[in-house]
Design a protein around this ligand. Structure first.
Ligand SMILES: CSC[C@H]1O[C@@H](n2cnc3c(O)ncnc32)[C@H](O)[C@@H]1O
Ligand SMILES: [Zn+2]
Length: 426
């Protein structure tokens, strides 16, 4: 399949140069970017007055938590998890997770996310939903051992079963990633075993780390060191690790993260909503740590809109540091695109010849996006997910002119509503 997108304003390459150009896609790659391309294509899209942007990369979420949107708002993390979310999750069935994941996939496609990292349960169902939807994803069955050897064994068994299930899908868009939940739910011995398994199978790892002050205090009390120091001591941290949150990090933690090449997935909306704190973004960037952007789950955000997340990231760090130069639009845009790709070692996150064809077309023929002085500024500060008109992943059109092509949108809305209502009645 080939696609020719004509007359767009292209956000080109790592430097985010704006080019008035056409983009030609063949198979799953961007083959040519240039003016007046003459290639014949199966599909021709006129992008006059529109911006062609790399798709957004959400490096930390829990897709099926769409089902909990609007439940258990306005609580701190541990109370939210222990008294509300975990009791609900115990009632989730594979079918719930399938429909909740399709709802999340729909939300992502409609707001321009093309790749995401997900940690949850019943991951076969998440994988089936993602396979149908057409998104690119790194999926993990989130494991916890709670210091029980028996639990550790059953969790590892399920993680490896999920890995095999994903391998059998034989998809070039869906990958398995290991996902121990957090240092407060996984013992050091268990974390070591997960690290060994990741090495053995050549897979990446993601984990929640240093999200709240309480977490850091608890780990320090238990082990005499910070969560990052603990993970480093057991040889867990490498350049294939994405830690989610990284809010409460010391100078020493930051230098360890840099030294080990770890990526930190920043979740500003979730950190603000759960009142977890403010990630030391300036310090991380100054140290040269790769920082990507993420939404976390829908129950702590309460949406998966990466355009909104960019604005929140930019504004949060300005007000926190009382410095408006921090987290400028270009820095934040890169966090939401190329830094995510770097974390995943994926040839995407930029529009250039040879990159994977994961891109979105954003309609700028709207009052809140005119006049056009600076496209990156508009995307970070003025646009939102519903301005995304067309979403392409791996060279396949998932949404064209706001119509989702890969599955039945109405059916997903209807089924997700039904399973969510049923879940609460159980
Ligand atoms: C073991 S599967 C993933 C697990 O993580 C929970 N979760 C969702 N958001 C957060 C967060 O911000 N910090 C820690 N854990 C979180 C989710 O509900 C699942 O239980
Ligand atoms: Zn999370």
């Amino acid at each position: 399949m080939s696609i020719l997108i004509k007359n767009g304003r292209v956000i080109y390459g790592e430097s985010l140069e704006i080019m008035d150009a056409d983009v030609y896609v063949e198979g799953n790659k961007i083959v040519k970017v240039g003016k007046g391309l003459k290639e014949s294509a199966d599909v021709v899209i006129d992008a006059k007055g529109k911006v062609i942007s790399p798709g957004f990369i959400n490096t930390h979420t829990h897709l099926a938590m769409t089902l909990f949107r609007g439940l258990a708002d306005d609580l701190p993390l541990m109370e939210w998890l222990q008294n509300h979310i975990w009791p609900l999750e115990r009632k989730l069935t594979p079918k719930d997770i399938y429909w909740g994941s399709l709802l999340g996939a729909l939300e992502m496609i409609k707001s321009g996310t093309t790749t995401f990292v997900d940690m949850y349960f019943h991951m076969d169902e998440v994988a089936n939903a993602v396979n149908e939807a057409g998104l690119r994803a790194y999926l993990t069955y989130g494991v916890v051992d709670l210091s029980s050897e028996e639990k550790a064994e059953s969790e590892i068994k399920e993680a490896l079963r999920t890995l095999k299930f994903i391998q059998k899908l034989n998809s070039d868009r869906i990958e398995f990633i290991f996902g121990p939940h957090a240092p407060y739910t996984c013992s050091p011995g268990f974390l070591r075993r997960i690290r060994e398994l990741a090495d053995e199978h050549g897979k990446m790892v993601t984990i929640h780390v240093s999200e709240t002050k309480t977490e850091v205090e608890q780990i320090k009390e238990q082990y005499g060191k910070s969560p990052v120091e603990l993970l480093d001591e057991i040889g867990f941290l490498r350049d294939d690790v994405i830690i989610a949150h990284g809010v409460w990090l010391s100078e020493k933690d930051i230098s360890i993260l840099k030294k080990r090449g770890v990526t930190v997935a920043h979740n500003p909306a979730s950190n603000m909503k759960l009142a977890s704190g403010v990630m030391p973004l300036r310090e991380l960037l100054e140290a040269g740590v790769n920082v990507s952007l993420a939404t976390d789950g829908d129950a702590s955000n309460n949406n998966l809109d990466m355009l909104e997340e960019m604005k929140l990231a930019a504004l949060l760090h300005k007000v926190h540091t009382l410095d408006p130069t921090i987290a400028n639009a270009y820095t934040v845009f890169k966090m939401a695109t190329q830094n995510g790709a770097k974390a995943l070692k994926l040839n995407t996150g930029v529009i250039k010849e040879g990159a994977l064809a994961d891109l979105v077309i954003i309609d700028f023929n709207k009052p809140h996006l005119r006049p056009i002085h600076n496209i990156i500024s508009h995307l970070v500060y003025s646009a939102n997910g519903s301005d995304v008109e067309t979403t392409i992943v791996n060279g396949k059109i998932l949404m064209l002119d706001r119509e989702v092509l890969s599955f039945d949108e109405e059916k997903v809305l209807d089924k997700a509503q039904k399973v969510a209502e049923d879940l609460l009645s159980r």
